[in-house]
Design a protein around this ligand. Structure first.
Ligand code: TRP
Ligand code: ZN
Length: 888
């Protein structure tokens, strides 16, 4: 643990190549229940590309050094120095060592305590099985090393442990040897032929159930596939295995990328800080992203498992074969891999639905981050704790930036760029700049201005005004762009923004697009915005069109255009771009919500605008639409996304308006919701094809409107769906709706659900978060009770996220209670957690980031908690960074 006076900031501009390289490393792990001995033997060499120095500085934290040898000599006191973060070896004090000329061997021996490691970083235990998490800088908690991604080496790993308790001993690459030892112990030796940085190292040891399968690559190589899970969970692994095979086939087909090792292993663990980790040949997964069975997992869970399996698999090329030079380049692998997994999921499901889901994440979370105290470019310039930069900006905005190359260069051009990227950089640790230059060179396309997406933080604002000239059949668009100041950055330069657009005629058909001049500013339906102010003149526009702007969300920007209700209703009914069809509905709803806020502000009663009824009814009964799309198009905008639309929010009014609109739509269309619910809610044998999934999604939204009526009949429907369901999608939907309602029997519902599912941890987590997100007043007491419940465990991040994360992140009315009790609760949990698991505690702290959006009293209450957090003794640098930046 660090105190705030030892906290230092790392800068991207300070990058220097490592003074030493590690040509090969062999690790020996002697595992015992309460400690482990790690012996590391490495061949080191002075880096010809760096300044040489007599000091070899290795990273290492929380290690007990037991021995150290260089070139066969045991080192003595004055030849090295150890502090809490480093081991420094004075090579020039070692007799006869010519470290500048020849490579030399270093052997270290350390003792570590995995059973006491609650940070879930380094080597730790999860339900009595050993596992590791090394990204970003966790390897240094396992042994002394040059723990940076540009130091790549080949690893040989020997593991020994008690045979009965730990029958499976796994590490990266291929097993080359195994055998028995005295005292009931055994060992295995693994060799990874690919050079890799330390963050991709993995080790697992324990007693698992194993699902085996295989995949034949298109060049005919046979790959062994293995999934290791807790005993008894085998029947929940088949979906993950199918997802893995689909991912392997997709990457061959779409990117021509084949798997390289002969074996691919996945291990599922219950205690994990994030979703999953792409360790070479040995992925480690949060159980939430492996286990899936229709009785215990929802359709969304199935999709998430498939997406995360794909994401980690795709990292084998975008991340492992080509890795990052330093952690500032994280988006090089993450933005690219997220884009790849998004495309994969779109291909497996539905492109429009997937696009809408991804944009919802950007709008509700990334826009907030980009406008808050933690705003950073997708390639950050500095950090205190790298773990705090695994963000929606680096990942999801990073993916939006990759998507823009795809939009600008086309599918083939993008593929040419990827091919050149691998041709140039396979086996290397590179930068975002290297990626851009590959895209540029492969396509002979100028990306000079486009590079600003890597350096400038903040969400660009694009403002459009239009004028139609009836006489000359001309449409003039005046388009401005600006990017707000963010911490440490002002006066931003214009971005190259691809703005996809369409002009709709009276029947909703697209009119042809043609510019009067500067024709290079339009390619196909993409308008190239490159300046702060631009005018575009479209000719041959036969009559006044309705504008469909930023189709498919072609750039991660906020678009301002003064639509009226008629235009939005028209787009909601007719736009050929499904994304913008959804978007028009969202804008229509948002306008009404802000209008209702204004009415409250003026002390007037809220008035439901009847024009909405028609628009919603039309969509509801449009038989041509997919059920999942309908579900999205009938869902009101997320309150979090709405908050980002205004400078400051009156949260009470916003929530009241949102509730009012939901209830009025429920009432006005009561019969419609019921009819569609009954037509789509399916009882009988469970199916999980696209049609069945779509029906469940649509029925779920219909049920949510019915429950909003607050009538016994509607509650009966939800209860019946819950108790009669044979799948978790229907069960969880009903559970959430009931738990968030005024239904008088909801305690009973909660108790029954728990009794039924208490042995399925992932289902219990759903039960926890359904309660933590109940917007009614009693929730604050309830969450305090949940923390004490046997199902809760502060050491388990999934539990913490299900209760505390869900409460602070998804229960706006209760987290932002005006008595401040929600904030006090969160601060209390951070206090309990920061020394147990700094990473997870820091994530929770981020819930305070948007405090400036709220009224004076809430601001004061939130700042008070942030200040209290900063006063905590031995505060972790993870939490320190978030809390101190939040206060500014
Ligand atoms: N690289 C992982 C991924 O994107 C995520 C990751 C980063 C991670 N740091 C982590 C996972 C720490 C667990 C713990 O897939
Ligand atoms: Zn990733």
């Amino acid at each position: 643990m660090k105190t705030s006076d030892s906290i230092s900031v790392k800068y991207r501009k300070d990058y220097k190549p490592s003074a030493f390289l590690i040509n090969k490393v062999s690790l020996n792990f002697e595992l015992f229940d309460d400690y482990a001995i790690v012996t590391a033997r490495m061949m080191l060499q002075a880096n010809p590309a760096a300044e040489s120095s007599g000091a070899l500085v290795l990273d290492g934290e929380e290690l007990e050094l037991q021995g150290i040898e260089v070139a066969g000599q045991k080192l003595v006191q004055e030849q090295y120095e150890v502090d809490s973060e480093q081991l420094t070896i004075w090579l020039n004090k070692i007799d006869g060592l010519d470290y500048q000329q020849a490579s030399f061997e270093l052997v270290t021996k350390v003792k570590i305590y995995p059973a006491q490691n609650t940070s879930l970083e380094g080597l730790y235990l999860s339900s009595e099985k050993f596992c590791t998490q090394c990204e970003a800088e966790g390897f240094r908690k396992i042994t002394y090393y040059l723990d940076r991604p540009d130091v790549m080496s080949t690893f040989t790993v020997r593991i020994e442990a008690e045979k009965k308790k730990y029958p499976h001993l796994l590490s990266n690459g291929n097993q080359i040897e195994h055998g028995s030892l005295a005292n009931g112990r055994h060992y295995a030796i693994w060799q990874d032929p690919f050079r890799k940085p330390s963050y991709l190292f993995a080790l697992c040891a324990g007693d698992y159930d194993l699902l085996e399968d295989h995949f034949t690559t298109r060049s005919g190589r046979e790959i062994k596939l293995e999934i290791y899970v807790d005993k008894g969970k085998l029947e929940q692994c088949h979906h993950a295995m199918e997802s893995l095979k689909k991912s392997m086939a997709w990457d061959e087909e779409v990117f021509g990328l084949e798997y390289d090792l002969d074996i691919y292993m996945i291990v599922a663990v219950g205690d994990f800080n994030m979703g999953a980790m792409e360790n070479k040949g040995l992925n480690i997964f949060n159980t939430k992203y492996v286990l899936a069975h229709p009785e215990t997992a929802t359709d969304q869970d199935f999709e998430d498992v498939e997406a995360v399996i794909a994401h980690e698999y795709f990292h084998n090329w975008t991340g492992n074969r080509v890795t990052c030079r330093d952690w500032f380049q994280l988006s090089l692998k993450e933005g690219l891999t997220v884009f790849r997994d998004q495309q994969f999921t779109a291909d497996q499901t539905d492109h429009a639905v997937k696009r809408i889901e991804d944009v919802k994440v950007i709008r509700s979370h990334q826009f907030a981050e980009d406008a808050g105290p933690m705003a950073h470019p997708i390639r950050p310039d500095s950090y205190i704790e790298m773990n705090n930069f695994y963000t929606v900006t680096v990942y999801n905005k990073g993916a939006e930036v990759i998507r823009m190359y795809h939009t600008l260069l086309g599918t083939d051009g993008f593929r040419r760029g990827m091919d050149l990227y691998f041709e140039r950089f396979d086996g290397q640790a590179v930068t975002c700049e290297d990626f851009v230059s590959a895209m540029e060179d492969a396509n002979d396309y100028d990306l000079i201005q486009f590079r600003r997406w890597y350096s400038q933080a903040g969400t660009p604002e694009v403002t459009v005004t239009s004028e139609y000239d009836e006489l000359h059949k001309k449409l003039t668009l005046q388009i401005g762009q600006a990017c707000p100041d963010t911490p440490g950055q002002s006066n931003k330069q214009p971005f190259h923004i691809p703005l996809k657009l369409g002009l709709l005629d009276k029947d909703g058909n697209d009119l042809p697009l043609e510019l009067a001049s500067n024709k290079e500013q339009l390619t196909g339906d993409i308008l190239h915005l490159t300046e702060a102010e631009q005018t575009f003149e479209f000719v041959g526009v036969s009559h006044k069109p309705v504008l469909s702007l930023l189709r498919n969300f072609s750039a991660p920007v906020r678009l301002f255009y003064d639509y009226n209700d008629q235009e939005l209703a028209f787009l909601y009914a007719h736009d050929k771009d499904s994304f913008n069809r959804w978007e028009a509905g969202q804008r229509l709803f948002a306008r009404v919500i802000w209008q209702l806020c204004a009415e409250q502000e003026a002390g007037e009663p809220m008035q439901f605008p009847l024009h909405l009824v028609n628009a919603v009814q039309n969509l509801l009964s449009d038989e041509s639409l997919d059920g999942r799309f309908k579900a999205l198009a009938l869902t009101l905008p997320d309150i979090k996304a709405l908050i980002e639309e205004v400078e400051r929010v009156n949260l009470d009014h916003l929530i009241a308006a949102h509730d009012f609109l939901k209830r009025e739509l429920a009432k006005q269309l009561e019969m419609d919701w019921l009819v569609h619910y009954q037509a789509n809610h399916h009882v009988g044998a469970f199916k999980q094809d696209k049609a069945a999934i779509a029906k469940r999604a649509f029925a779920g939204v219909c049920l949510s409107y019915l429950v909003a009526l607050d009538k016994p009949k509607a509650y009966e429907l939800a209860v019946s769906q819950l108790v009669n369901s044979n799948n978790m999608t229907d069960a969880e939907t009903a559970l959430q709706l009931l738990m968030h309602s005024n239904y008088s029997q909801k305690e009973q519902i909660a108790d029954d659900f728990y009794r039924k599912w208490q042995n399925e941890e992932l289902v219990v987590n759903k039960w926890l978060s359904a309660q933590a997100t109940d917007p009614t007043d009693s929730t604050i007491e309830r969450v305090k009770g949940l923390i004490e419940h046997p199902a809760f465990d502060i050491k388990n991040p999934n539990k913490v996220r299900s209760v505390v994360g869900a409460f602070a992140g998804s229960n706006l009315p209760q987290f932002h209670r005006n008595d401040g009790k929600g904030y006090v609760f969160l601060a209390e949990q951070i206090k309990q957690l920061y020394s147990v698991n700094p990473q997870t505690a820091a994530r929770l702290t981020g819930a305070f980031n948007r405090w400036k959006k709220f009224d004076d009293e809430r601001q004061r209450l939130m700042c008070e908690q942030l200040q209290g957090i900063l006063q905590l003794p031995d505060l972790s640098k993870d939490v320190y960074e978030i809390a101190s930046k939040a206060l500014g």
